[in-house]
Design a protein around this ligand. Structure first.
Ligand code: AMP
Length: 646
């Protein structure tokens, strides 16, 4: 949770970086002010014109309908997002263009043209149909970052099944909760994943999570461990030993399918995917996106914000386990017919300069990454970027967490040649928004420490707790969205009340959960969360989730966790734990509790510090006051403590 001291510190940062003239000159969106105003004055006309650039099986009868807090876009229209990702490119020269360039951590390279990708998606989609998966069925995908992971997503969408990708860094408890909540019929997993040369036993985790789950009819397993440089997925299936009767080999399922599979006709508002993210309760929320509006909005921002041209090579360093990977590794780049690089494993392994080597080797023009990665490169020093020719890089973009000015300036100087060839900007969004809402365009001056301005179609504001707009420049308030755009999420799967909560906390607006401020010129700064959600290395983790994992350990009576500033990861997790009577604090206990959280939720949620305490500060109504723990930890003013019980 943001504290005033943090805001004061950030406001000391002033100054601007002007966009390099050649970058600004070729920016797709040349008239931001006018476009933005039009998009807010008449959002229906604005989005309708974007939608008409895409292929629909049947046009809409009505553009937008709002039954607050629920809404629909492109009512009556029929489409399938994969038709726009694949089929529409097969009649032009794009068919033979690289859609995906996938790189393994071990140096393996696999390139898939649009034509080939369409065949593989169709084959796997037919395979899914053959095992009884159809429209509306939920499929959990627990795969390493791989073309097969993307093929699994696209194949589900192709036949109208709803995918729910679970990041392969999550562990047993997280995976199990998500399968159960989605009542998934199928789990698609890999045997192993690779990170820093180590194998992660995904199959072992999947087995543990899936055992006793009656909803699952089949488990499909992709054999990642084989030498991928030597295999063609459908011609040389490498079938693993299957231990349980419900298990099916991924390659075998793919090999049996035909290369033609017509896309299921979907209503624009039919669900495309569920992606679980952290909220303020211990239960992750299943954010639901739909086929029609999502394809329109994510595509628009890919063309106008990321500014990717037909001949560009785009690299997104995220993972298919996060919303960024859904929107900007898989769906939007394919809709736009772009070439996308993505890479398995850690970004500084097997060597610290692999990031630069890839830019040079593939002539990467546009990158979408996270501040954590930029800070990591900064740590490795100025010498590495000097050893490579990075001049292809025109536009480097970051999102996921605050981009600190020091990292922004360092990367601008060292990776973008101080503007000689490239430019570096920030953008803000959430799993719920599907695509960016705030950002600095390629032809807009960047203000380090500030994200930028509202992007076309996004009507945002900063308000106080009563919903009154805060007009005063540089005064912190709650960042809200005033109107849903097409790629905004439709509901929380199975929990419409939780969806409505976001729109009813402050009536009339969607509360993002972030604290932000705006300067005289309309540039927004997003400072951090207003609630108890943590952001570790750009990944959202609920304090309540970590606390409930800690409390599920038999020695723990109570726990509270806070985020602490971390030079690399943005935030690190510290847990305060009260032990049950009969248990004593010790280093072994700290280690046991850390391993327990790791096992339950995954390595990203593991507290890096644990402190034992006989009691925790609580309100009179019994709520743990994490704010006080954080203030003490950071040496900040604790603020109002009148509600403190003891
Ligand atoms: P997620 O839904 O996992 O993508 O996390 C979204 C959250 O990440 C937002 O609510 C913010 O707290 C944070 N976030 C994303 N982008 C930025 C950014 N550019 N600056 C500051 N915080 C960000």
């Amino acid at each position: 949770m943001v504290q005033q001291g943090q805001i004061d510190h950030l406001l000391q940062e002033t100054g601007e970086i002007t966009p390099p003239p050649h970058v600004a000159a070729q920016a797709t969106l040349q008239n931001y002010d006018e476009t933005y105003q039009n998009s807010i004055k008449d959002p229906e006309a604005f989005w309708e014109s974007v939608a008409s650039e895409l292929d629909w099986f049947k046009p809409w009868d009505k553009v937008f309908q709002w039954d607050y807090p629920n809404f629909q876009w492109f009512l009556g229209a029929q489409c399938n997002i994969t038709y726009n990702c694949l089929d529409r490119h097969l009649t032009s020269s794009t068919k033979n263009k690289a859609a995906f360039i996938w790189l393994g951590e071990d140096g393996t390279e696999r390139i898939f043209t649009y034509g080939r990708l369409a065949q593989l998606v169709n084959k796997f989609a037919n395979g899914l149909r053959a095992i009884g998966i159809g429209k509306g069925d939920r499929v959990v995908i627990y795969m390493p970052l791989s073309p097969e992971g993307a093929i699994a997503m696209l194949a589900c969408a192709r036949i109208g099944a709803v995918h729910s990708v679970v990041y392969a860094g999550f562990s047993v408890g997280s995976l199990k909760d998500r399968i159960l909540d989605a009542q998934a019929k199928l789990l698609i997993t890999g045997d192993v994943g690779y990170r820093r040369g180590n194998k992660v036993d995904l199959k072992g985790i999947a087995d543990e999570a899936a055992k006793d789950l009656d909803c699952l009819e089949h488990v499909v397993i992709w054999n990642r461990e084989k030498d991928l440089s030597k295999v063609d997925p459908d011609n040389t299936p490498n079938i693993r030993d299957l231990s349980a009767s419900r298990e099916i080999d991924f390659d075998e399922l793919l090999a049996t399918g035909d290369i033609d599979c017509s896309a299921e006709v979907m209503e624009a508002e039919d669900p495309l995917y569920i992606l679980y993210t952290s909220g303020t309760t211990g239960k992750p929320k299943g954010v639901l996106h739909v086929h029609g509006g999502y394809m329109v909005g994510t595509y628009y921002h890919f063309k106008t914000f990321w500014d990717v041209k037909d001949e560009d090579v785009f690299w997104c360093t995220s993972d298919i386990g996060w919303v960024v990977g859904h929107s900007y590794i898989v769906y939007a780049p394919l809709i736009a017919g772009a070439t996308t690089v993505f890479r398995e494993g850690a970004p500084d392994f097997p060597k610290p300069d692999i990031f630069y080597e890839i830019i040079e080797k593939y002539g990467v023009n546009v990158i979408f990454t996270a501040p954590t990665l930029v800070r990591m490169l900064m740590r490795h020093g100025d010498d590495y970027p000097k050893q490579y020719n990075l001049t292809s890089l025109r536009f480097l973009t970051c999102a996921g967490e605050p981009l600190n000015p020091e990292a922004q300036r360092w990367a601008y100087q060292n990776i973008c040649g101080g503007g000689e060839w490239g430019y570096l900007v920030d953008n803000w969004w959430q799993t719920e928004t599907g695509g960016p809402c705030l950002g600095t365009l390629a032809n807009m001056p960047a203000r380090p420490g500030r994200v930028g301005k509202p992007l076309p179609g996004a009507e945002l504001d900063i308000v106080d707790r009563e919903g009154q707009p805060i007009e005063e420049p540089n005064k912190g308030g709650i960042l809200v969205i005033k109107r849903p755009f097409p790629h905004f999420f439709r509901t929380v799967y199975g929990d419409p009340d939780r969806y409505a909560e976001n729109w009813n906390t402050i009536p009339g607006v969607y509360v993002s959960g972030d604290v932000a401020l705006r300067d005289e010129d309309g540039y927004y700064m997003v400072v951090g969360r207003a609630d108890d959600v943590l952001n570790v290395a750009g990944h959202r983790i609920g304090s309540a989730e970590v606390e409930s994992a800690l409390v599920s350990h038999p020695s723990v009576a109570e726990a509270a966790v806070i985020g602490k500033p971390d030079a690399l990861k943005g935030e690190s997790i510290k847990g305060f734990v009260t032990l049950r009577v009969g248990n004593d604090p010790s280093d072994k206990m700290i280690n046991d509790l850390q391993q327990h959280v790791r096992q339950e939720l995954g390595p990203i949620a593991m507290p890096s510090e644990i402190e034992f305490t006989p009691t925790l500060p609580k309100t009179r109504s019994g709520k743990i006051m994490r704010r006080l723990l954080k203030a003490r930890e950071l040496g900040l003013d604790p603020g109002d403590i009148t509600t403190l019980e003891d």
